[in-house]
Design a binder for this molecule. Structure first.
Ligand SMILES: Nc1nc2c(c(=O)[nH]1)N[C@H]1C(S)=C(S)[C@@H](COP(=O)(O)OP(=O)(O)OC[C@H]3O[C@@H](n4cnc5c(=O)[nH]c(N)nc54)[C@H](O)[C@@H]3O)O[C@H]1N2
Ligand SMILES: Nc1nc2c(c(=O)[nH]1)N[C@H]1C(S)=C(S)[C@@H](COP(=O)(O)OP(=O)(O)OC[C@H]3O[C@@H](n4cnc5c(=O)[nH]c(N)nc54)[C@H](O)[C@@H]3O)O[C@H]1N2
Ligand code: SF4
Ligand SMILES: [Mo]
Length: 714
């Protein structure tokens, strides 16, 4: 963190202030930032959110909150909240306030015109991981059952798509099999590409608490020396994008040293022989020059993992955001299957998800199929949902449409003409944002539905729809351990802002499919999705709002209020033969790599204070005081060589774009690598390339080649 105090008075003025505001009442919610799913109560006084506190004895956070949670009520009251619908004829004229009726009529008319003129798929809908499950379900019903475009996806393609794809390939269905309690039972933790301390601070607190009770080895695999890496027993500073090779080599050693669980493999898996054939080629000596990790260290880690009675892996974006994202996830699953570490306490392969409701969208949004983990390709699934919704089965596409990352090139190519963005800000968060700006400018019609009217993507829009935020509406989120939690409405939304659910229902009306969403309450939506979830992997049928509130959340599958801490405990998976699949994975190096002209690896990610594109945290004084501006982490060897020092302004340049940013000299990145937080607009995503994973279509945000020059105004 950089401090730039000019004087003592300046230091005083910038001091972080925590006000203790008295509240009249407290509303129970789940935090609206990350997927940890902390219980958080919003203090309300005179109808305003004035405070928050962690929910005492909550099963996830036991009253603890991180920096973002502590000031979350300030996001509700922040400036720039959208209070009225806005409209303009074209994106170069100023917006004017209009009525909801005018904004929705115009939107529905444009949607109909575009679909009528160019075909249904000329309209795209891109949503998020940050609205309630009930809202996702309603949007899916409207898009799949009313609009009929197959260009429907969410920002989860930027985030969790590789985990989803990997789980489906290995286990036949999405769904993280483990839970946070696994820290209390495990004998070995491998953490791949996760900055847990900054990105899921309360999961880290759970891990630390488990370690204080009982030591077990923690191995962190990350090119950077994060605080997590500093606190690990072993840090593997892996070469960017080579985790697959490391994982194959770990499996190689487990097999070589006879540490595999033959009984588990025999009873519950298939595909083993082909897998063995492939990993046989990946000796630690072969992996060493590719991964940068000494063969002896790989052997050591494989032995620790293989000999543990229960061993677990967690991972986040260092794995998912790679051209081998899906393969990386499958390789983590392979290692778990090889040692029988699935479905048992302390033995799991647990994807740490990202956004507060990245899980809810996977379960019920219909983005990647139909609700309840149903598939468009499956005739029975189409028939079930068509019947339940009262729509013609033939209205559904029979195969999955484009993902968010393929929709934008289609906009650029003129195939997609209209776009509805809901709670996502691609103008800043997509890779190669110069190209995204061009795509957004190419649209005939863009509608942005967001809680903040100054969101970057609204610069390109014709219509802005102001939405109610977390705690201004009731609904559920699912966290990383499949725990469904309830957010109670604490306060009224500002001005004329409406909940996303109300907006979807009003849109359905305007599109003359109002029968799909006749009574837009979260309770009604919850009952519908519960009904269709019965017997599905994400079974919600035993849940109720009262039970969720009472318990602080319940883990699906939940055919009763009991819920399930783990999946696959009986060794049965969601595949046709109920066995898990070993999948043989070859490594193909296709990244843009540093060369003479662009000699540095660019790595991007997060800091604890900020949330994504800063629409929320950028408006919160204390968080900005901690982390006011973007910076580039640079190793001292590189800084010396380039004649640069901390606080110098430099230009970081890739083949796609550049940014000017100040230097932070650190030993946390290796020579030849730099790290820039991606939160700031017109920042690191000007430079990223974002090659896509072939299975998940998730962008490789963490690997690009750049050069660095001193900034000069002359
Ligand atoms: N404070 C804060 N917390 C958040 C968020 C936020 O914006 N701010 N966002 C939430 C969301 S949506 C998400 S998805 C999560 C993301 O959570 P994380 O994935 O933990 O966060 P990142 O900083 O994106 O990246 C994690 C690490 O991956 C490493 N990495 C880069 N390349 C590689 C590689 O090739 N191999 C390996 N093994 N590691 C690599 C990076 O050095 C970095 O330390 O955080 C969630 N929590
Ligand atoms: N370089 C680089 N880029 C990255 C990443 C990276 O690691 N490196 N990570 C990627 C990942 S993992 C993710 S998840 C994406 C995130 O990328 P985005 O989805 O663009 O992230 P946010 O800034 O969270 O955008 C969410 C928007 O929803 C709005 N919002 C919040 N709550 C509500 C609500 O209830 N209703 C409505 N209608 N709007 C709401 C917020 O104001 C905000 O504008 O970024 C990706 N981009
Ligand atoms: S760890 Fe995540 S869920 Fe918990 S308070 Fe922080 S941002 Fe919210
Ligand atoms: Mo994410």
């Amino acid at each position: 963190m950089l401090t730039l105090f000019k004087s003592n008075a300046d230091r005083q003025a910038r001091k972080v202030k925590v006000r203790r505001n008295p509240a009249d009442r407290w509303a129970k919610t789940i935090c609206g930032y990350c997927s940890t799913g902390c219980g958080i109560e919003v203090g309300v006084k005179d109808g305003r959110a004035v405070s928050v506190r962690g929910t005492k004895d909550h099963p996830v956070n036991q009253g603890k909150l991180c920096l973002k949670g502590i000031w979350e009520f300030e996001a509700i009251n922040a400036p720039n909240r959208g209070t009225h619908p806005l409209m303009r004829d074209d994106p170069i004229t100023p917006y004017r306030r209009v009525s909801w009726d005018a904004a929705l009529t115009r939107t529905a008319t444009e949607f109909r015109r575009i679909m009528g003129t160019y075909g249904r798929d000329a309209l795209a809908v891109v949503s998020t991981g940050q609205i309630y499950t009930e809202e996702f379900y309603a949007l899916g019903k409207l898009v799949r059952g009313g609009l009929g475009t197959n260009n429907y996806d969410g920002n989860t393609t930027l985030c969790m798509a590789s985990a989803v794809s990997g789980y489906k390939r290995s286990f036949g269905s999405d769904g993280p099999p483990g839970c946070y309690d696994d820290f209390d039972a495990t004998e070995c933790l491998l953490a791949f590409g996760s900055n847990l301390v900054e990105c899921h601070p309360v999961i880290y607190y759970r891990l630390k608490t488990a370690l204080e009770r009982r030591r077990f080895p923690v191995v962190v695999i990350d090119p950077r020396v994060t605080v997590f890496a500093q606190n690990a027993d072993i840090h593997l500073a892996i070469n960017p994008g080579t985790d697959l090779v490391l994982l194959n080599a770990l499996a190689h050693v487990v097999l070589e040293e006879r540490l595999a669980n033959r009984e588990y493999i025999e009873n519950y898996t298939n595909g083993f022989d082909a897998f063995v054939e492939t990993v046989t080629q990946y000796s630690p000596e072969y992996a060493e020059p590719i991964t940068g990790i000494p063969a002896s260290t790989i052997r050591n880690v494989a032995r620790i993992y293989g000999r543990a009675n229960a061993a677990m892996s967690i991972w986040t974006m260092g794995i998912n955001q790679s051209v081998h994202g899906s393969d990386g996830v499958v390789a983590i699953n392979n290692l778990a299957l090889l040692t029988g570490n699935i479905g048992k306490p302390g033995g799991t392969s647990l994807s740490i998800t990202g956004q507060c409701n990245a899980m809810g969208t996977r379960e019920f949004s219909s983005c990647s199929g139909l609700p309840g983990y149903r598939q468009l390709e499956n005739q029975e699934h189409r028939a079930e949902i068509a019947k339940y919704w009262g729509v013609d089965e033939s209205f559904f596409p029979t195969k999955l449409g484009k993902t968010m990352t393929d929709i934008f090139p289609d906009i650029e190519a003129g195939k997609v003409k209209g776009l509805w963005l809901i709670a996502t800000n691609p103008a800043t968060s997509m890779p190669d944002t110069h190209r995204i700006a061009k795509s957004l400018s190419n649209l005939e019609f863009l509608v942005v539905q967001d809680v903040f009217e100054n969101v970057d993507s609204a610069e390109y829009a014709n219509v802005f729809l102001p939405a109610a935020m977390w705690a201004e509406k009731t609904g559920t989120f699912t966290n990383s351990e499949r725990r469904v939690g309830l957010v109670r409405k604490a306060v009224e939304p500002p001005g004329e802002a409406k909940s996303d659910l109300e907006i979807f229902s009003a849109m359905a009306e305007k599109l003359e499919v109002g029968h799909l969403l006749p009574s837009p309450t979260s309770e009604v939506m919850f009952e519908e999705l519960k009904t269709i979830s019965k017997g599905r992997p994400c079974d919600y049928s035993g849940l109720s709002y009262d039970a969720l509130e009472r318990e602080g959340g319940i883990q699906w599958p939940a055919p009763t209020e009991e819920g399930s801490p783990r999946l696959y405990a009986d060794g049965h998976f969601h595949t046709a033969d109920r066995k898990a699949r070993f999948i043989a994975l070859e490594f193909h190096d296709i990244n843009e790599r540093p060369d003479d002209e662009y000699p540095f690896w660019l790595n991007t990610g997060r800091v604890i204070e900020h949330w994504h594109t800063r629409t929320k945290t950028g408006q919160i004084g204390n968080l900005n005081k901690f982390s006011p501006i973007p910076y580039v982490e640079m190793n001292s060897i590189d800084a010396n060589q380039l004649g640069m020092t901390s606080l110098d302004s430099v230009r970081v340049i890739s083949r796609r774009g550049e940014m000017t940013v100040i230097v932070q000299v650190t030993e946390c990145v290796a020579p030849g690598m730099i790290f820039i937080p991606f939160h700031f607009a017109k920042g690191s995503n000007f430079m990223t390339l974002g090659l896509l994973d072939p299975y998940s279509r998730q962008p490789a945000y963490k690997q690009a080649a750049v050069k660095i020059e001193k900034f000069s105004v002359l």
